[in-house]
Unconditional design. Structure first.
Length: 109
């Protein structure tokens, strides 16, 4: 996984909107995604398609053809890998401290 590509993909609010939309329900067509995006922006179908391509290149979206239609699905694995690499290690200390505090308070009379 190229983390730089994933971070770049996540940096754009339109791409995050697309990911949030696919999180709610995957298997959406370009037309469905375009409708969601154009409610909030004045983006063209070409613009939405370009954002989807970047998300696919980052591995955040996978597409499958069903007949003439191309359906898009969220792939949460790259986000999880970033979480494990960049977020989890910074929260581990706090979690351990809270666990230790809980243990200490439960042992106190």
């Amino acid at each position: 996984m190229d983390e730089d590509v994933v971070f770049k993909a996540l940096a754009d609010p339109t791409r995050r909107l697309l990911l949030d939309t696919l999180f709610v329900r995957g298997g959406r067509s370009l037309s469905e995604l375009e409708a969601v995006v154009t409610e909030q922006t004045e983006m063209t179908r070409f613009g939405v398609s370009k954002h989807l391509r970047l998300l696919e290149q980052a591995g955040l979206v996978v597409s499958q053809r069903h007949g003439r239609e191309k359906l898009h699905y969220l792939n949460p694995v790259p986000i999880r890998q970033i979480h494990d690499r960049w977020i989890d290690k910074y929260t581990e200390h706090h979690t351990m401290a809270l666990t230790e505090l809980k243990r200490h308070l439960e042992e106190s009379p």
